[in-house]
Design a binder for this molecule. Structure first.
Ligand SMILES: [Zn+2]
Length: 373
C-alpha cells in the first residue's frame, strides 16, 4: 500500500520552487503513478526564462465522465527558513517541509486514494493532473488544456482541486488579471532641468487607478456578497527603480493585480484603464491569468463533495488556484488537506491527521463519479 506521508516526504526532497525545472519531481510522479496502474503523459514546455517544465497528466480507465484530481508540483521560494525546507521532518504530529501543505501532501493523498481502484471496476476514468507553474500564473494548467492527449481524449466534466481547505468544500474563487503600465522619461541630473521625469507622466494615470480602487471598494454595485471580502482586490504597486534623489526617473512602472468576481463587468474596467493609459501616454500591458469560477450549489460535484465530508454548506475563497484555467472547462470544487494559513509560510507544515481524512474523502468522491456512474 502506498504510504501518503512517505510519498509526501519523497516529493518534498525535490526542490521544485517555481523558478527551477520540475522535470525531476515529474519523473518521480510518473513512475509512482505508473506503478499504481495509471497511463501517464508529461506535457512539457519551456517557461518565459527558457526553463523546461512538465505537467503530469495521468488517467486510469477510459470513457466519458469520471473525476479529475488536480494538483501542482511547484512551490513558492524558501527564504528565511529555520529548518531545512527540503529535508522533511515530523515533529508534534506535523510534517514540516516546503510543499507539505501547498500541495505535495495533497497530491500524495490523491495517489493513495486512487491506488485501490482497478481498471476492471472503474465505470469512468480517474484523472490525476499535477501541473507546473501554478504559483506563478498557471502556465502548466494552460498547457494541459491546450496540449494533453489524455486530458482531452474523452468528455470530462468534474474536477477537484486539492489546495488546502482543511477539507472544507469550496465552490468559488475570484479571477486574476495583472496590469502593468510603464511611463518613459529621460534621466538627467535633476538640477539641470534637462531631464524628463517619468513619474510626472505616471501620476495622472495613478490618480485614475486610485479612482477605480475607490469605486471597487466603496460602490456596492460592484460587490459580490458571496465572497469575503465582498469587493475585488485592485492592488496597486509603484516602482521607479529607486533612483537617486537628484535624478529624473527614466522609467516609472505601475502594476495592478485585479481579482474579478463573477458578475463584475471586467471589460468596462479594462477599457477604463486602457483609456487612461492612452490619455496619459503610458504603455499598458494586460495579462489575464483566468476568470473567476463559481460552481452552482446544485452541481453534482458540489453536492457530492458536501456529502463526502458530511458538510451542509460550501464556501468561497478570495485567492486563486489552477481553477483560474480549469474552471473554463470543468465544474470544480476546491477541497484539500491542510490549512491555507500554513501555505507559503516559513517552516510550512501539515498536520499528520489530515492525510487519512483526505484519502478517505478522495476515495469516496472517486466512488461517486467513477464507480457508481
Ligand atoms: Zn497551491
Amino acid at each position: 500500500m502506498l504510504d501518503a506521508v512517505e510519498l509526501t516526504q519523497t516529493l518534498i526532497r525535490f526542490n521544485s520552487v517555481s523558478s527551477l525545472s520540475n522535470i525531476p519531481i515529474s519523473d518521480c510522479l510518473q513512475e509512482r503513478l505508473e506503478h499504481i496502474g495509471f497511463e501517464v503523459e508529461q506535457v512539457r514546455y519551456r517557461d518565459a526564462s527558457g526553463t523546461e517544465k512538465a505537467s503530469v497528466v495521468a488517467r486510469k480507465g477510459k470513457g466519458n465522465g469520471g473525476l479529475a484530481l488536480l494538483g501542482h508540483s511547484d512551490t513558492v521560494p524558501v527564504a528565511g527558513w529555520q529548518k531545512d525546507p527540503f529535508d522533511p521532518i515530523i515533529e508534534n504530529d506535523k510534517l514540516y517541509g516546503r510543499g507539505s501543505c501547498d500541495m505535495k501532501g495533497s497530491v500524495a493523498c490523491m495517489l493513495a486514494a486512487a491506488e485501490s481502484f482497478t481498471t476492471e471496476n472503474l465505470k469512468a476514468p480517474i484523472y490525476i493532473v499535477v501541473t507546473a507553474d501554478e504559483e506563478v500564473g498557471c502556465q502548466g494548467a494552460r498547457e494541459v488544456v491546450a496540449h494533453s492527449r489524455l486530458f482531452n481524449e474523452f468528455d470530462l466534466r468534474y474536477g477537484v482541486i486539492g489546495e488546502p481547505t482543511l477539507m472544507q468544500v469550496v465552490r468559488a474563487h475570484k479571477g486574476a488579471v495583472a496590469l502593468r503600465a510603464t511611463a518613459h522619461g529621460r534621466a538627467a541630473h535633476s538640477s539641470t532641468g534637462k531631464g524628463v521625469n517619468a513619474n510626472l507622466i505616471m501620476i495622472p494615470f495613478l490618480v485614475e487607478m486610485k479612482a477605480i480602487y475607490d469605486q471597487l471598494t466603496w460602490d456596492p454595485a460592484l460587490f459580490n456578497y458571496d465572497f469575503d471580502p465582498p469587493f475585488s482586490d485592485w492592488n496597486i504597486g509603484i516602482n521607479d527603480g529607486g533612483i537617486a534623489l537628484n535624478m529624473t526617473a527614466p522609467q516609472s512602472v505601475c502594476t495592478v493585480y485585479y481579482r474579478p468576481m463573477p458578475g463584475q463587468d471586467q471589460q468596462a474596467l479594462m477599457d477604463r484603464a486602457r483609456q487612461a493609459a492612452k490619455r496619459c501616454d503610458v504603455e499598458l500591458a494586460i495579462v489575464k491569468t483566468g476568470d473567476p469560477f463559481m460552481t452552482p450549489l446544485e452541481s453534482q460535484i458540489v453536492q457530492a463533495a458536501m456529502k463526502s465530508v458530511d458538510a451542509d454548506r460550501a464556501h468561497t475563497v478570495p485567492y486563486g488556484t489552477d481553477g483560474l484555467v480549469f474552471g473554463a472547462r470543468l465544474e470544480l470544487v476546491v477541497i484539500g488537506p491542510g490549512d491555507i494559513k500554513q501555505a507559503h509560510t516559513i517552516d510550512e507544515w501539515m498536520a499528520i491527521d489530515q492525510f487519512d481524512v483526505a484519502i478517505r474523502v478522495y476515495r469516496d468522491m472517486i466512488e461517486r463519479f467513477c464507480i457508481a456512474a
